[in-house]
Design a protein around this ligand. Structure first.
Ligand code: ADP
Ligand code: MG
Length: 474
């Protein structure tokens, strides 16, 4: 998937309104029927259907007719919602190159008005395991909103909360700047992923630093659970920064010891292979001389602070319940997500880039989103209010103005590409739009949905005010 942020500039306020309506609908629907989107967005004169075509064209929405006819957000659509919110908040104003691509995330450089470059991590939890998630119906049955949207949002929230708490306790982690939906903004680590490093001046010292972090984490009640050369950054002075926290667990987790040992083993293995460091083979056996304890710490001999960071974590909005949800997902899905059949086409093979090579000139390659913020004050590309609140509250007049030509535009043909892609869908959207316009002309509310679609979401679909409230918690 290519994140072409330029598209952002061409998206109107109504586009975002409809995109947000789909997001809201997805709280209760895997696929959101067009009529429901129309009701939530409540654009005049069938505007929703025209906008849907545009969003499909830009691949911000995906049309699905398998179970019943409807739409869902694509990763790209969700990305744009998060990016727009961040831009509106003034967190950053331009997006640069991709600096990392993980199994379940994409990392980009972003820059704020001052030219400070930061890292934006877009979580893609469920990207490689979406099918697996779908197949876990037993687990999902009681959670209609349990979807990749929810999972990615949880992963981002967890990462943000942990990064913040760890930073406050003096751990070498990136500075957690902000978080919205599945997107985390953090400081850019000036260093290399440890996996790229072939030589060290002081391998023993670096090893001790790294193992020291594993131990100190456990003393603070935490285990990283993915502590390896891919999630450790190192700079020219051999300073260490730890990244990637969505899978961390508490030392009270039933598999805590196994996770702890696995983290330690990973580091030992890497150091012995890459830097020829030798370790006491009996380090984890019964000999408890001080030296082998330093080399290979034992979980049982660490004085742990259970639940120590709980308060800090919930202060960032990451509660125990959310922790449980994401842990359940991680345990159920990971390890069985070996299928490469992607739900969507967005998976992109790519090399991780060397983030240490950033210099001033790079900023020139950033796609500036400033115009978006500037337009915000006076144009119809007006973004929603900052924070998690959404565009539904915005003035109706604006969208009316935009769509006063709707009556004559029923037959307009601006997205011929779309028609090539799916003429049937095009026709249907045009028909729905025509009906909505006719209903508007007749001075009555469109109620096609009552006839053609039985809303499963219950109260969700009835009242956009309720939707607004729900949305705030997303
Ligand atoms: P994943 O969860 O997909 O493994 P990571 O958080 O480990 O994602 O990030 C993937 C890669 O992106 C890292 O190996 C690193 O190269 C780069 N990266 C991530 N965060 C930062 C950061 N704050 N600064 C610089 N590079 C980063
Ligand atoms: Mg990683």
């Amino acid at each position: 998937m290519k994140l072409d942020v330029n598209v952002l500039r061409y998206l109107s306020k109504d586009d975002f309104r409809v995109l947000t309506a789909v997001e809201m609908g997805m709280r209760n629907h895997e696929i959101v029927p067009a009529e429901l989107i129309d009701r939530i967005a409540s654009l005049r004169h069938g505007g929703t259907y025209k906008v849907l075509r545009n969003l499909l064209k830009h691949k911000l929405l995906h049309h699905d007719g398998s179970k019943y006819d409807g739409f869902r957000l694509t990763y790209l659509g969700y990305d744009f919602l998060a990016i727009k919110t961040m831009v509106n908040r003034g967190v950053f104003s331009s997006v640069g190159r991709q600096i990392g691509v993980g199994k379940e995330s994409d990392i980009f450089e972003v820059a704020n008005e001052d030219g400070t470059i930061m890292a934006m991590k877009l979580h893609r939890l469920g990207r490689t395991s979406f099918r697996a998630v779908k197949s876990k119906r037993d687990y999902l049955r009681h959670r209609s909103s349990f979807s990749w949207l929810y999972l990615s949002r949880l992963a981002a929230l967890k990462e943000f909360a942990f990064m913040k708490a760890l930073q406050e306790h003096g751990f070498p982690v990136p500075n957690a700047v902000d978080c919205n939906r599945h997107c985390v903004i953090m400081s850019l680590v000036q260093g290399y992923p440890f996996v790229q490093v072939k030589q060290l001046q002081n391998p023993e010292t670096v090893f001790e630093k790294i193992i020291g972090i594993v131990v100190r984490l456990a003393e603070h009640g935490l285990i990283h659970c993915d502590f390896n050369e891919f999630n450790i950054m190192i700079d020219d002075d051999e300073n260490i920064t730890i990244i990637d926290f969505p899978q961390m667990v508490s030392v009270s987790h039933r598999n805590a010891e196994m996770y702890f040992d696995r983290d330690v083993e990973c580091i030992i293995k890497f150091f012995s292979k890459r830097f020829n460091l030798s370790f006491d083979a009996n380090g984890d056996d019964s000999d408890s001389d001080a030296e082998s304890d330093t080399v290979k710490p034992r979980f049982s001999s660490i004085k742990k602070a259970f639940g120590f960071l709980d308060k800090e974590l919930s202060a960032s909005g990451f509660s125990r319940k959310e922790q449980d949800d994401i842990e359940k997902f991680t345990e159920k899905i990971h390890g069985s997500d070996d299928d490469d059949e992607e739900e969507e086409e967005e998976i992109k093979d790519g090399e991780e880039h060397d983030s240490s090579k950033i210099n001033e000139s790079d900023i020139q390659n950033f796609d500036s989103l400033c115009s978006l913020t500037k337009d915000a004050d006076n144009d119809d590309v007006q973004p929603e209010a900052s924070g998690n609140s959404v565009a539904v509250e915005e003035d109706e007049q604006n969208s009316e103005r935009k769509h006063e030509d709707a009556n004559n535009a029923v037959e307009d043909d601006e997205s011929s590409e779309e028609e090539d892609d799916n003429p049937e869908l095009e026709e249907r959207l045009a028909r729905q739009r025509k009906r909505a316009i006719q209903a508007a002309r007749a001075g009555r509310k469109t109620n096609t949905s009552r006839n053609s679609y039985k809303d499963k979401g219950g109260k969700s679909a009835q009242n956009s005010k309720i939707q607004k409230k729900q949305m705030c918690s997303w």
